[in-house]
Design a binder for this molecule. Sequence first.
Ligand SMILES: [Zn+2]
Length: 181
Amino acid sequence: MFKIKLFPKIMAIPFLAVGLVILLFLGASTALSGGTPIINTDGYCFPVGGEYSYCDTWLAPRDGGERRHYGCDVFAKRGTYLYAIYDGVISKKYSGGLGGLSIWINTDDGKRYYYTHLNGFAPGIEKGVKVKAGQVVGYMGNSGNARTTPCHLHFGVKVNGTWVNPYPILKQIENAQERQI
Ligand SMILES: [Zn+2]
């Protein structure tokens, strides 16, 4: 009875309202984060969390045919987590230019992966830092020359110094994840 007098039920309403707002905020954060990364049996993680979409645009004309597309664009909401595809090291980090915020990851499979148009870098992501598959390295955005387009990760892959089509690589990761689930 003493407690009820000190803390009348009517007083609980603002606290419940604040709690509800916090829960909604947490829910929104989770939706943007992309949830938990899935590492497949080969040790790979799809580089974009949450809901995303992409298609094969390898060598598609860009800038009115002046250049071609040496990558795969994966679209998702701004702020969606971007994961390291495989164990490796951050070999380059750029904060400007055509790509905007970008990183390169040299991975233990001998490939080099290019993540560009980021909205931001994850804390601690610097040149020379080791990363594990599934580690958050940055966030989905449209920086650089993508600023007039919807947010997407331009994802590039180099093998022995040559660009290769990332689309089948991404598909293979998804297929392995499905087998695992
Ligand atoms: Zn692109």
